[in-house]
Design a protein around this ligand. Structure first.
Ligand SMILES: [Zn+2]
Length: 465
């Protein structure tokens, strides 16, 4: 039975613009009102929740996850069933996955396939970015159709030449031109392929196969140089660009300088770049920590937190892309260059941001909300429906109980993986309740949501992007 009205009392409601004690009234799928505590005490509601001294946040949006993403005969660990469950336990109410254009094939057709993958499975709302591999006229002609279908954002890569995934400068300019004409936003994975290939060949020639050489073969300079190149191309043909998963301290300044010069450039980092250093690659199971760009240094972490706090970094995503353990061991043990790149991270994101960021005084809670919910909603065309708890917004929210500590382990999470990058980390507080468009998904720590409740979000970019 559908719950019609929910009243949440006594909580500290956090939006990106501020926080304070407020009662929230939910009617059908929407936030009906946010008012001073006690305002609705005589109102008859279907369900009343006491959230005294707990934080009530807009449901998190993870704008960068890879579900059912194929690789070497295997695929990423999360699908729309287990992936959206793990997301919900992590306080997330909307994910944006990627639909990859088959080389020489149609992105629009792949999008339909993704809809079938999600159909009847998702516990929370979901949406899709495209991944563009071809830049011939036929492929580019699909971009305006994608935008019309609510997919105004699409990614390309400056690397993975050998895997046939790289977009060269000419291709990038063609996509920028099409993007400028039709009003989308290009997302770019920035690592310079030539620099990486050079270092990779050097390491392999020296028989350096341990996981740490993954980081050595993909140095910070490769990332910084690729970002500079994209900015140079944006100067020739200006269109909105979002740099995914920045990991270096220098990238912050490079992007900020371009922004100050008036270019419409945006950037995200990921939970793991704010928490883990390349030292993890030296562990016995270091191959589990292989991701691209690679984990960096404490200096990078410190600088990325500062940029996340002051707004130079606008979004923190998970880039969730775990692979089955047996595949990792089979491919990657003792051969860093053979393993798929990516880690699971959809569920730990809020816990890590809350504990490492807010808990250690690096960011405020409104800033945490901006980075993980409001800014993704604004940048990816879901605001004001999502990313806030003001009247009229979708009733997507998470109640976070800040009391108590627990130890994060793969075994006490819900991700479809026996590995967690933050194994053994002490976490402050926990996700208690998650509501998606007025329906409980998690209630007092228990999954009560239904598969198929999640709907596809048709996105349209704001002019401000
Ligand atoms: Zn990714």
């Amino acid at each position: 039975m559908k719950t019609q009205t929910i009243l949440i009392t006594g909580g500290i409601v956090v939006n990106d613009s501020g926080m304070g004690y407020a009662d929230l009234l939910i009617e059908n799928e929407k936030v009906k009102a946010q008012a001073l505590p006690g305002t609705f005490k005589d109102l008859h509601v279907d369900v009343s929740i006491d959230a005294t001294d707990k934080f009530v946040l807009p449901g998190l949006i993870d704008p960068h996850v890879h579900f059912n993403s194929p690789f070497m005969g295997s695929k990423t660990i999360h699908d729309y069933d287990n992936g959206t469950i793990a997301a919900a336990f992590g306080g997330i109410t909307t994910i944006i996955d990627f639909s990859t254009q088959p080389k020489g094939g149609s992105l629009l057709e792949n999008l339909n396939q993704k809809e079938e993958e999600a159909h009847g499975k998702a516990y929370i709302d979901w949406s899709m970015h495209g991944i563009i591999l071809d830049t011939d006229p036929k492929a580019l002609a699909e971009i305006p159709q994608l935008i019309d279908k609510g997919v105004p954002t699409y990614k390309c890569f400056t690397t993975y030449r050998h895997a046939d995934r790289m977009t060269d400068d000419q291709g990038m300019l063609r996509i920028l031109e099409t993007t400028a004409r039709y009003g989308g936003m290009l997302m770019v994975h920035c690592e310079d392929d030539a620099i990486i290939e050079y270092h990779l060949n050097q390491e392999l020639a020296a028989k350096h196969y341990d996981s740490i050489y993954h980081a050595r073969s993909r140095p910070a300079s490769a990332e910084n140089e690729a970002i500079k190149r994209v900015i140079a191309l944006m100067r020739e043909c200006t269109a909105p660009v979002y740099i995914v998963h920045t990991s270096t301290a220098e990238s912050v300044d490079i992007i900020e300088e371009a922004r100050q010069a008036g270019l419409p450039i945006h950037s995200e980092t990921c939970t793991h770049y704010l928490a883990l250093t390349e030292e993890a690659l030296k562990l016995e199971n270091g191959y589990y920590f292989i991701c691209s760009p690679p984990l960096r240094t404490q200096r990078d972490i410190d600088y990325l937190w500062r940029a996340a706090a002051d707004g130079r970094i606008e979004v923190v995503s998970s880039d969730d892309a775990g692979m089955p353990s047996q595949e990792r061991i089979k491919l990657g043990k003792g051969r860093f260059d053979k393993i798929t790149n990516g880690m699971p991270g959809i569920e730990p994101r809020l816990s890590i941001m809350f504990t490492e960021g807010y808990g250690k005084g690096k960011i405020s809670l409104p800033r945490l909300v901006a980075l993980t919910s409001t800014n993704p909603a604004k940048l990816f065309g879901m605001y004001p429906d999502k990313g806030n708890l003001f009247p009229g917004a979708d009733a997507d929210l998470v109640i976070y109980n800040p009391k108590g500590k627990w130890t994060m382990r793969a075994s006490n999470l819900h991700m479809n993986d026996d590995f967690c990058p933050f194994e053994g980390w002490k976490i402050n507080g926990h996700v208690e309740t998650v509501i998606s468009r007025g329906q409980f998904v998690i209630k007092n720590g228990e999954l009560v949501g239904k598969p198929g409740h999640g709907k596809r979000v048709i996105r349209k970019l704001l002019d401000a992007v």
